[in-house]
Design a protein around this ligand. Sequence first.
Ligand code: KG4
Ligand code: ZN
Length: 344
Amino acid sequence: MDKDTAKDIKILAIESSCDETAAAVVRNGREVLSNIIYSQIALHTEYGGVVPEIASRKHIEKINKVIDSALKEAGTTLQDIDAIAVTYGPGLVGALLVGVSAAKAMAFATNKPLVGVHHIEGHISANYIENLNLEPPFMCLVVSGGHTHLVNVEDYGKYTILGKTRDDAAGEAFDKVARAIGLGYPGGPKIDRVAKEGNPDAIAFPRAKVENGEYDFSFSGLKSAVLNYLNQCEMKGEEIVVPDVAASFQKAVVDVLVDHSMDAVKRYGAKKFAIAGGVASNSSLRKAFEERCAKEKIEFYHPSPMYCTDNAAMIGVAGYYEFLAGTRHGYDLNAIPQLKLGER
Ligand code: KG4
Ligand code: ZN
């Protein structure tokens, strides 16, 4: 080993919290040496959403192969890895257990440190991969299929949640509305595509305000408003223009996400703002944030779409900073489906 690489820290990371079986090798928290994802989306499509039982069964089938590929593609071996990071929550319990068990077995067999990672910390950390100059503090909106969190990232591993959804997550709303207008699962990317052909001002859907929770979100009212609109069209025998419904719904979501976030940015005097999670790959959301942040002179960061949706590279990045901070888990590490951000 030469001098330059002597201090390198390589993390093998595993992610299996939902419907992606993923493994990655990340060097020094910022350089992705490999990022392997086996997506189960096709399997769940016919059910219109993720079926937990099917997800767990597929994870157990694929996990070893995915880990092998991640090590091979990184040109490394398990012996050469410094620590093993794994998502241990939040997520589907059966799905999480597969990744956690694999990580524990490898840590035990090789006597390497085991670092449990919070899935949302992973999503936030995805921003570090392509933005090498990005360091805390910054504010981050995490919008995925399971989460909608507005987070103050005070330091690596130090978070304050400013607001979250009271009901559906943003991605969940995308998925449910997509199903209702016949676009199928997963709805987010489909609505994103179809909305480009539609008029975002065609239908006035509500922008929900949440009482006693300035930065909290609520999307179930919006989802109901879309369903009511569709029912009424049917009852009146009016044609449903799918691109218009998609574009108007998307605009309602984007408006609320951007307005709430920018209010918080101003209130807390944040200089940098980032987005993360599957919905962060939405083209309309990115454009709206780009414009608003440019106007308010806030630096805006976002991961590439491949690092927005679930992947293990983001877990490797978060795992690296947790490793540096001394986080180590024992062989009693369990999956925690409702794990809170900042809990250890
Ligand atoms: O982060 P992610 O892969 O999984 C969770 O941690 O939940 O996010 C998946 C969610 C799904 O709800 C999917 O519909 C949504 O992200 N999504 C999008 C887009 N791409 C994925 N939503 C809106 N626009 C997109 N382009
Ligand atoms: Zn996720």
